[in-house]
Design a protein around this ligand. Sequence first.
Ligand code: PMP
Ligand code: GLN
Length: 378
Amino acid sequence: MQSKLPGDQASIFAEMTGLAVEHNALNLSQGFPGFSPDPVLIDLVSKAMRDGYNQYAPPAGHLRLREKISELIADLRGKIYDPEHEINLTVGASEALYVAITAFVHPGDEVIVLKPAFDCYEPTIKLQGATPVPVQLEAPYLQIDWNAVANAVTSKTRMIIINNPHNPGGMVFKDSDLKQLEAIVRDTNILILSDEVYEHMVFDGRVHRSAASYPGIAERALITASFGKTFHTTGWKMGYCLAPKDLMREFRKVHQNLVFSIHHPTQIALAQYLEEPKHYLGLSEFYQAKRDTFLNALNQSRFTYTPAEGAYFQIMDYSAITDEPAVDFAKRLTREHKLASIPVSVFNVNHRDDHLLRFCFAKAEKDLLKAAEILNSI
Ligand code: PMP
Ligand code: GLN
């Protein structure tokens, strides 16, 4: 049998979480909150089930939820997406990313990906018979060389994928980043896939600048979002995509044939939960406090870092400690010191090793303090 993804490895997230469980280690590897969602939201989901919302939802998603998303995006990003034609609920942002790439990328096309990159973009591009064109960022991945991106554009470039705030780097795009991207795609047919799952987590007074707020990008952008990140419910796999009507028409054809529709009772619950802006505002403050608890406790550590600007990951440089490759060191930390992280090298071009580990700080305070204690002792 000829593999459709030759050489691609099993997910590093599943591997490191598996190792953490095996060695009873504190798990700061895979990105998921170590605390429960709001009980109010859980009650709304079970109420929706009792109220009878247990059969197929409309393929685009529950209309009231699409309307709420439209209002939220208009308020926060200053652009109106038509709930009827420009918003689609998906099985997490993951499905939105898969569908967006599948609907528009053809065999022979090129898709530019900024590395390090979240792991699902490139396999999905390859499954279309297209070629991922990586542009490597320099550690600690807090800046983009837009000249390098412009130089990677060819007549075959179909799409550029951006991720803002950035996983694993914790970078938050600046106005100048979006403006430079806007200039690169002007007068081209290039689409932008903007993965904004950490949109509500930006620190130290920064603001999230969505692709939706830049007309030259929004007109050609598919924007992906995740309720899993925003409401501490990664296991529910609820997300959505925003796109102009002509793009959304194609997106919906693939979505319909992939899953048809998504979990109905949760959509009913989210539509009600989103009525209260306090349920999604305030996340930046919440996660900034967690980042600071973790970093302030690292007062005797030989790990070095620049504080994350957004998302819920902190990159740490361990060059002062050992020369071990990041994958080996991350595994040894898990086995011997009972602390699991993600080796960033797996997300880089040719697995370039900058001696960096990624720690997820979406955890309870006691776990962050324990993790810091372990890191201080190494
Ligand atoms: N994009 C990025 C950058 C992510 O970190 C994640 C988290 N898994 C996803 C997409 C997928 O989101 P979801 O869990 O909603 O499918
Ligand atoms: N987004 C999460 C992370 O970056 C994990 C998602 C997954 O396990 N696929 O760690």
